[in-house]
Design a protein around this ligand. Structure first.
Ligand SMILES: [Zn+2]
Length: 320
């Protein structure tokens, strides 16, 4: 069982004649149990609404999570992950639960089912200009705060579900490859006609999201076969950057071990947890992408450690 607390709310007040958001921030206490669950927070007060008399506007957060307590891995939705499983804030005038509106962190949902429900309370109205954006921002910030609070729990791996980010066409193509009889044949060539049994693997079929590893965890290279048609390329590094929406360090393992000095440009290295560089089984879900220098990437005799970077891209169904 893991416990955290994270903030929800906005310090910026909002007021129109029928709605006031007071600008308060509340701490949400969350405890996670083994298995798949939907978390529901206790209620908190967001402000005051005047739709059926003057009533407190109540907020309540829900999100789905999956917690593997034996391996200490928790999975939640990313802030942009367009799923009803993601962070959702219900808002309702006090005592009017059947009027609850549902706002998701990501752009998703069906307004008729989730907002225009009871008819009395909804903030998608010219009477409350700008209110949808403010409420959306509160939900998004709450999810970011949840992920960062989980990242502070010692020894916990935080897996964040994401959809494949938009990639330049040349990057997308560079990450596509073809397998034949369970083995990688070559990089996908769009001008070529492949056999009926050949299988096309796109980044959509392997990308699962991102993961924040615990501090100072050991990892090692995935050993590619000599005919590996997918050397660690700029495309993998670009996939990492696009997923994280930022540049990474030149090398995640900077200064470790002490006798290895980082050299060469960064690549998106294929790595696994642990201290032994190894080949991985076909279809493995253990492969991750992390920025490392070419020096570390080419050195299989030693392992690395998360000195500069804890976020990795999660790949499933890895094929060698
Ligand atoms: Zn390095």
């Amino acid at each position: 069982m893991a416990s955290i607390s994270f903030p929800v709310g906005s310090t910026v007040a909002y007021a129109v004649p029928i709605l006031e958001l007071t600008g308060a921030v509340h701490q949400i206490q969350a405890t996670f149990e083994n298995g798949d669950h939907v978390f529901t927070s206790s209620d908190f007060k967001l402000g005051t609404v005047r739709v059926a008399g003057s009533r407190a506007l109540i907020g309540r957060l829900t999100f789905r999570y999956s917690y593997d307590s034996s391996n200490k891995i928790i999975t939640v939705c990313g802030t942009n992950y367009p799923s009803a499983d993601g962070m959702t804030m219900m808002t309702m005038p006090e005592g009017m639960d059947n009027e609850a509106c549902f706002e998701h962190a990501a752009a998703t949902g069906f307004l008729a089912d989730e907002v225009y429900r009871g008819g009395k309370w909804n903030y998608y109205s010219p009477l409350m200009p700008g209110a949808p954006e403010r409420i959306k921002n509160i939900v998004r910030a709450a999810n970011d705060a949840l992920i960062s609070a989980l990242g502070e729990v010692p020894d916990l791996t935080v897996r964040v579900r994401e959809i494949l980010p938009e990639l330049p066409v040349e990057d997308y193509l560079a990450l596509c490859f073809v397998t034949r009889d369970g083995r990688v044949l070559e990089k996908y060539d769009p001008t070529k006609l492949y056999g009926l049994d050949d299988e096309l693997h796109t980044p959509h079929s392997t990308f699962m999201g991102k993961e924040e590893w615990p501090d100072k965890i050991d990892f090692a290279n995935v050993i590619g076969s000599t005919s590996d048609p997918r050397p660690p390329s700029k495309s993998w590094l670009d996939l990492w950057r696009t997923t994280m929406e930022r540049d990474g360090p030149n090398c995640a393992s900077l200064g470790f071990p002490e006798d290895v000095s980082c050299s060469g440009t960064s690549v998106g290295g294929h790595v696994i947890c642990g201290r032994t560089a190894q080949k991985v089984d076909t279809g493995s879900n253990d492969v991750r992408i992390i920025p490392i220098c070419r020096g570390h990437n080419g050195r299989n005799s030693t392992y690395m450690r998360t000195m500069k970077e804890r976020w990795v891209v999660v790949l499933n169904n890895y094929m060698q």
